[in-house]
Design a protein around this ligand. Structure first.
Ligand code: ADP
Length: 433
């Protein structure tokens, strides 16, 4: 390329000189004409050289060249540039090396994957946690090495949310959490973290709560039983104390029962897939609501769609009944409570809505935490344990469903249990009597 441009330049000069000689010969001065053309050409070249020199000077990273003639300035400039680019390259290599060393020293397993999910690089922790072999596994597709069906499916579905509690391919006792972090050009980083210790602690916590609740159950039943045996009328001066004792012992029993329910749900991995006959379940919920409300509210049942659900009747009844009892407890007298079951191709939705006080928006994200209450005194007065929505969340999780909460202060609340289409069953035929 460069020699082509050089040759074209020489040809252009020769053509100009030839043309000058021809025109000069016409006037009888061929040598003078050739000299004028060569002089002008040289001046033009010097001007361009000057501009090039200025550009190089202005872009020099270090200090401008100090040579007196243009050629030596350009020479100095180019030499400086070469030295600077060598230094930059060395610095970049060092930085790259220190990045790799830092990533290699991470306690989490890190695997760099290309757009086809083939392994580009991995660190020492990935070798230990994921059982990867640096001699053979570079370039292999990650799903050929991590072959657990859950992991393969997770990758197939885009690996967006973290995947927890995966057994390490290197050691069954090590439990991992996997995260995929996308970066440039559809490449991604697979990060594997050892969560065995965390899981053990979580198990200890669960066992502790379950054991304490279990241990408290019997003494509470005894206390409750004795309190029930005492007739307040026979001890009129202790009547208010007895009433309070009964109330509190009932509350404690309810908390213990709710904690035991939660422990059972947490220990469960899946639900029995029995047919939940929605028509019967809704009717029984309505009756429960009417009994709880004792005529203080208008309770309405709406059934749009006649599909049943696959899951645990007992657990789903407990979840829906928690939502209904909240609606009754928090909605002032004269309010309206609607139980609505609707289903279509996208799934099923069980909604409990009320015209109660509503919940300020800042509380909504934390409402399903254990013992989280908007107003502790109001919850206690109404006989709440602070565990109801936590139970609802766990029951729904076991059914691969989720809870949506919509609420507006002064207008009311709407709790929606959203089920996927795979949970819907054609409605059962009515039994012949
Ligand atoms: P609790 O036993 O205290 O009712 P939950 O877990 O069932 O506990 O509910 C958590 C909190 O959410 C309640 O303390 C209450 O402040 C709020 N809440 C739940 N349902 C409603 C409702 N329908 N209307 C207004 N507030 C509600």
């Amino acid at each position: 390329m460069l020699s082509g441009a050089w040759r074209a330049g020489v040809w252009r000069l020769l053509a100009l000189v030839a043309a000058a000689i021809a025109i000069g010969a016409w006037f009888g001065q061929p040598a003078a004409a050739a000299l004028i053309v060569v002089g002008a050409w040289t001046a033009l070249m010097l001007h361009r050289l000057y501009r090039l020199c200025r550009t190089l000077d202005s872009r020099t990273l270090l200090r401008p060249a100090s040579g007196r003639d243009l050629w030596s300035r350009i020479g100095q400039n180019l030499a400086q540039r070469q030295r600077a680019s060598r230094r930059t390259r060395r610095r970049l290599i060092e930085q790259l090396r220190s990045f790799r060393d830092a990533a290699a020293a991470l306690p989490d397993g890190v695997v760099a994957l290309d757009a086809e999910r083939r392994i580009v690089w991995f660190n020492a922790a990935a070798r230990d946690l994921l059982g990867l072999d640096p001699r053979h596994d570079g370039g292999a597709e990650i799903t050929h090495l991590l072959r657990a069906p859950r992991v393969v499916q997770w990758f197939a579905e885009g690996a967006e949310a973290p995947l927890t509690d995966v057994a390490s391919p290197a050691d069954d006792h090590v439990r991992l959490s996997l995260r995929s972090i996308p970066y440039a050009d559809a490449r991604s980083l697979l990060v594997a973290r050892d969560i065995s210790q965390l899981q053990r602690l979580e198990q200890v916590r669960r066992d502790f709560v379950a054991n304490v609740s279990h241990e408290l159950r019997t003494p509470l039943t005894v206390v409750h039983g004795y309190l029930d045996m005492i007739e307040p009328e026979s001890l009129p001066e202790y009547e208010p104390i007895l009433r309070e004792l009964r109330l509190q012992s009932r509350r404690m029993t309810q908390i213990v029962e709710d904690l035991l329910t939660l422990s059972r749900l947490e220990a469960q991995q899946s639900t029995p897939d029995e047919r939940v006959i929605m028509a019967a379940l809704l009717e029984s919920l309505r009756r429960e609501g009417v009994a709880l409300s004792q005529g203080r509210h208008q309770i309405v049942l709406e059934r749009v769609g006649d599909r049943d659900l696959a899951g645990s009747t007992k657990d789903l009844h407990s979840a829906f009944s928690n939502l209904l009892s909240n609606a009754v407890r928090y909605t002032p007298d004269g309010g309206r409570i609607v139980l609505r079951w609707e289903c279509d191709e996208s799934g099923g939705r069980m909604t409990v809505s009320d015209t109660g006080p509503g919940i300020p928006a800042q509380h909504l994200p934390r409402l399903t935490e254990r013992f989280y209450r908007v107003s502790t005194s109001r919850s206690r007065e109404s006989g709440g344990t602070g565990l109801g929505l936590s139970i609802v969340k766990h029951v729904l999780m076991l059914h691969q469903a989720h809870l949506e909460i919509h609420s507006e202060v002064g207008v009311g609340s709407r709790f929606v249990c959203v089920f996927g289409p795979e949970r819907l069953l054609p409605a059962a035929l009515p039994q012949a009597s």
